[in-house]
Ligand binder design. Structure first.
Ligand SMILES: [Zn+2]
Length: 451
C-alpha cells in the first residue's frame, strides 16, 4: 500500500514534468519585475520622430521574441532612415480570426530643458517610471510584448492567432508604418480585432468625482488642417496702404476665435453619458462634444529675423481642426467660410483624411476587457470612448477590423498632460497592473475553449 502511494506520487510528479498543459504559470510578481526592466531598456532607446529611426527598438523586440522562441519578422520600409516594422505571431487553431496587438515605436521629440530627469534613461523616481514614451506608447508595447511572452511560456492553446505589430512613424504620416502594413501585409494578417492606444484608467477626468473610469477608444475624431492666406500691398510701415494682409487675417481669425461650434453628441459619447452621467466641464470633454478649431501657425512678416518696418504682401495661418466622426469636411469648411464672411481670405485643405469608422462595442472582447479590468479594479466602470486625437486604428478600421484603444493602467489628469509634454511618466504600480490585465484579456479572449 505504502509503495503504491509512493508510486502514485512519483507518477504525478513525472506527469507534471512532462505534460506541457501542466506547466506552472509564470508568477505575476516575476513578470512584473521583468516587464519593468524591459520597459526601462525600451524607453532608453531614443526613437524621437523626427528623425524617427526605430531600427534599434525593432532589434530590441526581435531579440526578446527570438529568445522566447516566438516567430518574428522585420519589414523594412526605408533602411536609410531606420523605418522598420516588427511582426510576431502566435498561431491559433484557425477556428477564429486573429487578434492583433498594435503599438508604435516612435515617440515625439523632447525639450530636455523642461525635464527633471533624462527622458531616455528609464529612470524610476518616487514610484514613477519616467521617460518619453512612458504613456505614448512604449507602455502598451511592453504590455503587449509580455502578453506574447506569457502566452508562449505558459503554453496557452489558442483559437485565435495572436499577432504583435510594432510600427514606425505613427507620430507623422504612418506611411512607412501602419499604412504600409495595411497595403502589403494586411491580407495575410486579416485580424478581426485590433488593440491599440487610445484609452486609460482615469479619475476626475470625465467626471468631477473620483469614479474610476477605464475608457476604451471605439472611434476617433478626424484631423483636418486648413491653410488660410490673405494678400495685401507690401510697403513701408510709415505709409500704410489700404489693404494690409495682416489686418485682414487678424480680423478673420478674431471671427474664428469667437465662433462656438455647435454641440453634437455622437453615439459613443451618448453611451458615456448614459453610463456615468453628464460629463464635467473640461477642455477634454468639450472636445468630445463638438468640432474644435486651433490656430497653430501664424506667419505674416518679411525677413529673418522679421523686419519690423516692412508690411508683408501676404499672411498665412494654419487651423488644426478636429472633427466629430460623422462631420463632413466640405460642409465644415463651408460653415467656416460663412463665419469669416470675407472673400479676401482664401481657405484650402492642407490635410484631408479619408472617412473614419466607429467600432461596435457590444462585442465579446469589450465584455472581456470589462471583466478582466474589474478583477484588479473592482470599483471601476469601463466605457466606450471617442478618442479626440488620431491613432493608427483609423487605418485598420477602414480595413474592417474592430479596433479598441485600450491600456488598463491608471493615469491622472496631471500625468495625462505629460503626453507629448515634459516629464512624461507612469506610476510603476499602474504599469504593473496593466501588464497583468492585458495578458488576462488576451488570454481569455483567444484561448481555446473546451466548452
Ligand atoms: Zn501614440
Amino acid at each position: 500500500m505504502k509503495h503504491n502511494i509512493l508510486f502514485l506520487i512519483l507518477l504525478t510528479i513525472l506527469g507534471l514534468l512532462i505534460s506541457p498543459a501542466c506547466q506552472r504559470p509564470v508568477a505575476m510578481k516575476e513578470v512584473g519585475d521583468e516587464a519593468v526592466e524591459l520597459f526601462r531598456q525600451y524607453i532608453s532607446i531614443d526613437t524621437s520622430n523626427p528623425p524617427g529611426d526605430v531600427s534599434q527598438a525593432a532589434e530590441f523586440y526581435r531579440a526578446v521574441f527570438e529568445k522566447e522562441g516566438i516567430p518574428v519578422e522585420l519589414f523594412w520600409t526605408d533602411r536609410s532612415t531606420g523605418r522598420v516594422n516588427v511582426l510576431a505571431r502566435l498561431k491559433g487553431s484557425g477556428k477564429k480570426r486573429p487578434l492583433m496587438m498594435l503599438n508604435h515605436m516612435d515617440v515625439v521629440p523632447v525639450d530636455r530643458s523642461g525635464w527633471l530627469v533624462d527622458p531616455f534613461a528609464g529612470i524610476i523616481k518616487d514610484g514613477y517610471i519616467y521617460g518619453r514614451g512612458a504613456l505614448d506608447m512604449k507602455n502598451n508595447g511592453i504590455a503587449q510584448l509580455m502578453t506574447m511572452v506569457q502566452l508562449k511560456r505558459n503554453n496557452i492553446k489558442l483559437d485565435r492567432e495572436v499577432v504583435f505589430l510594432a510600427v514606425a512613424d505613427e507620430e507623422t504620416s504612418g506611411e512607412p508604418g501602419a499604412l504600409w502594413i495595411s497595403k502589403n501585409i494586411w491580407a495575410d494578417i486579416n485580424a478581426e480585432y485590433v488593440l491599440d492606444e487610445g484609452g486609460f484608467g482615469t479619475q476626475f477626468f470625465f467626471t468631477n468625482d473620483d469614479c474610476l473610469i477605464f475608457s476604451v477608444g471605439v472611434a476617433e475624431k478626424k484631423s483636418i488642417r486648413l491653410g488660410l492666406t490673405t494678400a495685401g500691398t507690401a510697403g513701408h510701415g510709415s505709409m500704410p496702404p489700404k489693404e494690409n494682409a495682416n489686418f485682414i487675417m487678424s480680423q478673420a481669425l478674431a471671427k474664428v476665435a469667437a465662433y462656438k461650434t455647435p454641440v453634437h453628441i455622437t453615439p459613443p459619447v451618448a453611451e458615456m453619458i448614459k453610463r456615468i452621467g453628464e460629463l464635467a466641464d473640461t477642455p477634454y470633454n468639450n472636445a468630445l462634444k463638438r468640432n474644435t478649431i486651433s490656430l497653430t501657425v501664424l506667419k505674416g512678416y518679411v525677413g529673418d529675423p522679421p523686419k519690423t518696418n516692412v508690411i508683408p504682401d501676404h499672411t498665412e495661418a494654419v487651423l488644426d481642426c478636429r472633427l466629430l466622426p460623422d462631420q463632413d469636411e466640405d460642409e465644415f469648411v463651408a460653415e467656416l467660410k460663412k463665419v469669416i464672411n470675407d472673400p479676401r481670405v482664401k481657405i484650402e485643405f492642407i490635410q484631408k483624411p479619408p472617412k473614419s469608422n466607429a467600432s461596435p462595442y457590444d462585442t465579446e472582447l469589450f465584455k472581456v476587457i470589462e471583466q478582466e479590468t474589474k478583477k484588479v479594479y473592482p470599483e471601476s466602470v469601463t466605457l466606450p470612448h471617442l478618442v479626440i486625437y488620431g491613432t493608427d486604428s483609423r487605418i485598420f478600421r477602414r480595413k474592417g477590423a474592430t479596433c479598441y484603444g485600450f491600456f488598463p493602467g491608471l493615469v491622472s489628469m496631471e500625468e495625462y498632460r505629460t503626453i507629448h509634454g515634459n516629464n512624461e511618466r507612469i506610476r510603476e504600480e499602474s504599469f504593473r497592473n496593466a501588464v497583468k490585465i492585458y495578458y488576462h484579456v488576451v488570454k481569455s479572449f483567444c484561448e481555446q475553449k473546451y466548452r
